[in-house]
Every structure is written in structure tokens, then in C-alpha cells.
Design a protein around this ligand. Sequence first.
Ligand SMILES: *Cc1c(COP(=O)(O)O)cnc(C)c1O
Length: 406
Amino acid sequence: MNSTGAERWTAHLMGNYGIPPVTFVRGAGTELFDDAGNRYLDFLCGLAVTGLGHSHPRIAAAVAEQASTLLHVSNLFVTEPQLEVAERLDRLVRSGTDLDEPGRVLFQNSGAEANEAALKLVRKFHGRGRHGVVAAFGSFHGRTMATLAATGQPEKHEPFQPLPEGFRHAAWNDVAAFEAALDPSVGAVLVEPLQGEGGVNTADAGFLRDLRLLCDERGLLMVLDEVQTGLGRTGAWFGFHHAGIRPDIVTVAKALGNGVPVGAVWATAEVAAAFRPGDHGSTFAGQPLVAAVAREVLRVMEEVDAPRLAEERGAELTALLETLPGVAGVRGLGLLLGAELTPDVLADRTAVDVARACLDAGLVVNGVTPTTLRLAPPLTVSSDELAEGIGILDDVLTAGATGGAA
Ligand SMILES: *Cc1c(COP(=O)(O)O)cnc(C)c1O
């Protein structure tokens, strides 16, 4: 960002994000351009949001057409795009499961709100006294009061205490720890199928299946937070599909709007029936603009077979990363990958510094932990773009290792 921009930013915006380094003005596919005309490869997608890339012609057309047709009527009325989004989401959630009966969808405006609604649905379903929820350490579920309480990062809780009660945390990938955290007040478990914000931590084979069995045994609802992993990114329509399990509640958001803010909760018909008129609501949720865009996102994703793209390009990206001397290991699934950097690379800098050096060199990634880079390119990324991006990363890692300026 130039100095005038930085001044205006500091003078008028709250300081909860830190001063942004770049002002982006335009994007196309995997490419981004800043206000000085510099080109970048976007291997982050605004935090796994723009899965179909920037300025996708079909998405742009859907925005323009709906903008000049109907923007808002409130949830006292239904609009056509919502219906198709709900139908498609339901079909995709249930694909690869043994669920024959259609579930139900509730629109929200973001990931946190989708999780917040899911948590309220759990309370309404079980009734008073069984409001407890067990989530995983290292998880991320949002920034509202309840989703912050559900987030398994206690240091994030401290400044905002007291938070809603009833949330407890158990070690990731450890079903025995989840079981030990149960008591009669617990009504649900809440997990991501792959922890994104927590550092790209993949679930062990069997962890989600064992958790499902535990939920069945104890009459608990299994809530899958697919806000980051949903809609193809991991190489399956939903991350939980890799485990072959049946969810009770699934939340989605990020990729659903390809950049317009929209979230949704899916629940089995039995669970969804707990919400009666008046129990929950939102003025904007599922309004015509975002619903028309989400409808087009889902249509395009199905046409291009988004999960297959993520699986194929993800395998290529993993292989490329593994050839880099500065990369000690690669975690994740599909096109949601974490590259663990070597102690050598990290001798005098963190992964956050490396991500910053990548940005200066024209590659957008992020340091998701002090030692891990997160890579989440669009599902439409080309093999050439992957090779180009990894070339940039290689240069940045090598420059650091030889003591050169990054
Ligand atoms: C990003 C994220 C959220 C929060 O979504 P917002 O749209 O930022 O509120 C919740 N859960 C997971 C797994 C996420 O990655």
C-alpha cells in the first residue's frame, strides 16, 4: 500500500488486521494485480473463498443479471435462486453417503453465522440441559461469541471472557479424549474434517469414523464445519466424504459465493425440524444476489467437476512442493495444503516472514503457523501456474537460506 493509502487506512479503519501491505485492484483467474500494476499469482484465494478464480465470467454475469433483476425482499418471502441452491447443496452433501432422505438448508451470511445457527439448532433439538458441545483443540469456528467459545484456541478467548458456557475441547485426532470430555450435558461434537486455520491438520484415517460411532452410541449430533473444506477443495465435495461418514449438521460458507458473503447450514430433516418459525433468522441471509451467485457457483463447480480438479492439481502441487529443499513435509488434502518449512529456512524468520517475501516476489500465500505456509490456489489453477508459483517460492526459500535479501 502506498503512503497516502496507509495514512488513510490508519486514520479511519480499526486496527484489528494490521496495516495491509498491498492494495489489490483487479483479478482474473489465478492472477491478481495491485494499484502499481504488479502481477501476483493468488495461491490463497482470499482464504479459500474464490475457488473458481477471480472475475469468473459466469459468476460476473450472475452478479450483473441479478443486480438488475431483484436484490432484496427479506426472508418473509422466497426467491427462486434459493430453491436451486438448497436442492443442489442437499444433493452434494448426501452424495457418497447412505442418506436417502433429503435434508434441509438454512441460509446465513458467513461461516461464523452458519456455525452460530448450527449451535442454536443443537440446543433447540436437544432442549435445555443438553447444550454442551465438544470441539477440538486447534480448531477454528468463527469470531462471534459462541463460535469463539467453540474455537479450540484458548488464547483467543481471554480478552472476551465471559463467553457463552458449555464448550469444551479435546485433543485433535483423539477419540478417547472426546469421549473423556463427555457428560450428560453434552449434545454434540463439532469438528472440521481438516483443520484449516489451525495449521492444515488432516484428520487421521478412522478419527472421524470413530467419532461418528461415539455420537451414535451416546445420542450426540455430529456437526461438521465445512466452511473452509466444503465444495470440492479437498478433492471431494465435502471433507467428511473422505471418511465415508454420515453427518447430522454441515456448515458451509467460504467457496459457496466465490467472493460474495454467503453461508449455509445443512441438517437432516429430523434435526432441522427442531427449528420452528421465529426460532432463528437473518435479514439478509440467502437474499437474491448471493443466492443467484451461489447457484451459478454450484452449477459451474458441477460442470467442471471441482473435486476432480482439486484432486488432480493438488497431487501436482504436492509433488512440486516435495521437490523443494526448504520444505520438510506437506500436509492437507486436494488444494488445501500446508507446507512445513525446514529449520534451515526458519533459522532467522518465520513462515509469516516467508509469506511476506513471497508476496513481494508476486506469490500470495499465508503463514498459517510460525512454521507452516498454507497454499489454497483456485480449483481452476493451471499446471503452468502451479509450476510458476512454486518457482517463486523456491527462489524465496533459497534466497533466505544463502542469507540474501528476501
Ligand atoms: C473461515 C472459517 C470460519 C469463519 O467463517 P467467517 O466467514 O470468517 O465467519 C469458520 N469455520 C472455519 C473452518 C473457517 O475456516
